[in-house]
Design a binder for this molecule. Structure first.
Ligand code: GRF
Length: 219
């Protein structure tokens, strides 16, 4: 079967991009990254694309007077590359409703919290301040409202004694690097449908993961 043609949009470090590139390199993976775009020329993550020989480019939001013009430039680049699915991976621009609607159910994002909790920025500091015992990440289809949309994959990690935002972020990031490739694979295999604004996943019927209890029940 033809592989799903994917673009990844980044703004910075690009570790999720790196995880997606690695996953796509595995034999038989059903998706291929055709294009990486950044809105910042200094995004370190562009190096991942260069090293992997993936076409990359910079579309700088500063070059456009209006958001719609920036979105249109992105759209043109994506169409030009024959892209079928767009993955936002640390892309720090809000996309306009027109763009999001045009790419509806073909546009996914990863967010470092268990949505719908902690939308927006500084998720780890806010999770710690709220005293949650379980944190995590979410891969979801994008809707015009920020950090909204049908949830495809979530991964949970414990909050541990002595955590600060940095330590928690590192633990969540490791989970992101597993969750995003999984979501991409499920989508590329055609196993995800959106029904009544919920993602329905036609899973394998494999073993359900163990419950993550925190603190652990030692008794
Ligand atoms: C990740 O934590 C992601 O969830 C959030 O921004 C961060 C990007 O990290 N949206 P990286 O650029 O993929 O390393």
């Amino acid at each position: 079967m033809a592989k799903l043609k994917v673009a990844v949009l980044i703004s910075g470090r690009g570790s999720n991009l790196g995880a997606l590139i690695k996953a796509c390199a595995a034999e038989g993976f059903p998706a291929e990254i055709r294009l990486v775009l950044s809105n910042r020329a200094d995004a370190a993550g562009l190096e991942h694309a260069r090293r992997a020989g993936i076409a990359e480019g910079v579309i700088a939001h500063r070059d456009f007077a209006r958001r719609e013009e920036f979105d249109a430039a992105l759209d043109a680049a994506l169409l030009g590359a024959g892209i079928e699915l767009v993955c936002l991976a640390g892309f720090m621009r809000i996309l306009g409703a027109e763009f999001v609607t045009r790419w509806r159910d073909r546009l996914v994002n990863i967010h470092p919290s268990l949505l719908p909790a902690f939308r927006g920025l500084d998720t780890h500091a806010r999770a710690l301040a709220a005293g949650v015992r379980i944190a995590g990440c979410t891969v979801h289809y994008v809707r015009p409202e920020m950090d909204e949309g049908p949830i495809i994959v979530q991964a949970a990690v414990p909050v541990l004694p002595g955590d600060d935002a940095e330590r928690l972020a590192a633990r969540v990031l490791a989970a992101e690097h597993r969750a995003y490739p999984l979501a991409l694979r499920l989508i590329a295999e055609g196993r995800v449908r959106v029904v009544d604004e919920r993602a329905v996943i036609d899973a394998d019927g494999g073993p359900a993961p163990a419950i993550l209890l925190n603190p652990p029940d030692g008794g």
